[in-house]
Design a protein around this ligand. Sequence first.
Ligand code: NAI
Ligand code: MG
Length: 352
Amino acid sequence: MEKRVAVLQGDGIGPEVTAAAVKVLEVVARRFNHIFHFNYGSIGGEAIDQFNNPLPEETIALCESSDAVLLGAVGGPKWDQNPSELRPEKGLLAIRKHFDLFANLRPVKAVPSLLQASPLKEDIVQEVDMMIVRELTGGIYFGQPSRKTEASAVDTLVYTREEIERIVDKAFELARLRKGKVTSVDKANVLESSKLWREVVEEKRKGYPDIEVEHQLVDSAAMKLITNPAAFDVIVTENMFGDILSDEASVITGSLGLLPSASVRSDGFGLYEPVHGSAPDVAGKGLANPAAAILSAAMMLRYSFDMETEAAAIEEAVNTVFEDGYFTTDLAGRTDRAHSTKEWTDKVIDEL
Ligand code: NAI
Ligand code: MG
């Protein structure tokens, strides 16, 4: 297959980790006879420096003519004092909104050779393999009215049936590719929007008789994520609950440098990026862990390009490199030798 990938490297370690992911994709292309075209665009702080705009028109046009977007990270102390229109994060919010990327997918999976990196006990973590599906373009972060006076403030949590239907469909489709279970998280004992959410899930499940469904209130879900995280497969939830739960879930396996993410819509187009930020403290030193970016590239192959075998090959290679005892500084214990971004990436490439 022939695919066009827009690469938005961004700031800090963004260029280092996306370069590693592109190298891995080039090897995948050779091994599986695909052609990937990589075209580079600006986003975030470096785009502010060059274009005075965190998401320039050129970048939008580039992404529009691509099949998927691979992103590094944005931000850094250089732009922290900028007015809100000229903040790097603005570029990220704008690109998600522009492309209507309503489904944010965050897999969290235990790495057998890294169980000791988790703050939880090994026997609680070892079977963890879940996917959080967060609604990304609706809910209280976008609802109107939203304003504040001296005396009071208001935010509005609004969802249309259609918005709920498309994210719930996405969750069911993903569960089919995984362990076949969907946990829908809401607050249906209090919120009207959650009652509609639950209704839609009940309707939708009829179309997926092979999928096990459970409803869970968000407070108890937050608790179970810590006491029994291995019980989850796909978790689907609205924007704010998903924001909170996905950060909670991200620490279960212990390392930020390992977590990939995808933001997709229904036609297969998507944006793939590591969960971590631009890590200015380690930028430019060859210390960055490229695993999250490389695993984000694997998600791109799986969800935008329908290349399951190729995606699994990358994931297997990453796991093998960890099992063989190769770690970047963020993961290396006192007894391990830490490897640079490039050395570690080359190991993954050797495996592939
Ligand atoms: P961060 O995720 O960049 O870093 C947190 C800590 O983890 C740092 O000590 C960093 O060195 C380490 N770390 C993160 N990823 C790593 C990797 N791949 N390899 C090795 N070490 C890694 O979060 P922080 O420090 O809160 O934010 C730094 C900048 O990144 C800020 O400007 C922030 O706004 C931005 N940011 C951007 C995000 C994005 O582009 N999606 C997400 C989060 C933060
Ligand atoms: Mg968050």
